[in-house]
Design a protein around this ligand. Sequence first.
Ligand code: SF4
Ligand code: SF4
Length: 378
Amino acid sequence: MAGPALATGDRVVLEREDFPDLLAVLRGRGFRVVGPTLRQGDLVLDELASAADLPAGWTDVKEAGSYRLQPRADEARFGYGVGQHSWKPFLFPPRYLLWQGRREKGRLQTIPGADDSPPQAFLGVRPCDLHAIEVQDRVFLKGGFVDPVYRQRRERAFIVAINCGQPCATGFCASMGTGPRAASGFDLALTEIISPSRHDFLVEVGTAKGAKVLQDLPHRGAEPQEVEQGEALICRTAAQMGRKLDTVGIKELLYGNYEHPRWDDVAARCLSCGNCAWVCPTCFCHTLEDLTDLTGSQAERWRRMDVCFTVDFSYLHGGSIRPSPRSRYRQWLTHKLATWIDQFGCSGCVGCGRCITWCPVGIDITEEVRAIRESQAS
Ligand code: SF4
Ligand code: SF4
């Protein structure tokens, strides 16, 4: 669609009727488009065939240990927050065949694994999840070892972010500086604006790649008052955020409290199920599995996602070094909020709130830190 050339930082308006073209253009460019959709009454991330697969007209109600979808009064396409799925499995597959070994005529042949995933376009990435992808970039691309599967998927990914227009009861991105506005890390960022007089999308161009996609779509320049309306919506969301976490001196606070009685208190409630780590968009634990067939002529090595809440995860020559729920929860929280900073130069938590919503007993990471902090003040 010809029009004046677009540049990074430009804002345009995409009318509601033209929004489905965005998916068509991305699919036409060879992307597998992944985004939020409903499956068996749950909000998940999966491949979208068209814009009709988005959960238009639905919203979510969250609290610690509880999640419910319910209809909205309007047809908002992004009128809900993060679901239990993050983008992590689309960049770092939860199960991956690293290599196979075959013995033929007495000779051993090794065949490395190959990732045949097509380029992916992620539609509807929340600002906290953009930050989670940045955190995973540090883990998989910027450390001593570069993960080739992650790198290939990451380099080919196209990211369409969505700024948050409704507050999340369990999220605390505003206090982590990770939302509710997308600041970087996207090709295009949308703000869905619904008022009695409008329902359209304000679109910010994040990269040259994003500008090229937008150039193929019908759009018009955004008026200053339309940009202001979008900013006001995001500010309102930030002001109504359900939770907050005081991060001042958090590393020192946790390093100084390894033996705090609060760890016993939380251990009495924690089921050690690992849900908090499974849903976390930054957790990257994985393990290796070796399989051989009964003839001994074929072997496979798989990489599989794992969580630090299993006893086996910290098994070292004869025993687990974290045998109790207390030690496992303490290490998980302390890693997220303190040792991660020393390891990767940033927090391991982006404030998405998933670990609070999907903890079956409603354990709240912000509440646990607050309890320890307040005990120091008294
Ligand atoms: S620790 Fe909890 S709130 Fe923080 S990023 Fe992980 S799931 Fe989200
Ligand atoms: S804190 Fe909650 S989600 Fe995490 S392991 Fe314990 S019970 Fe499971």
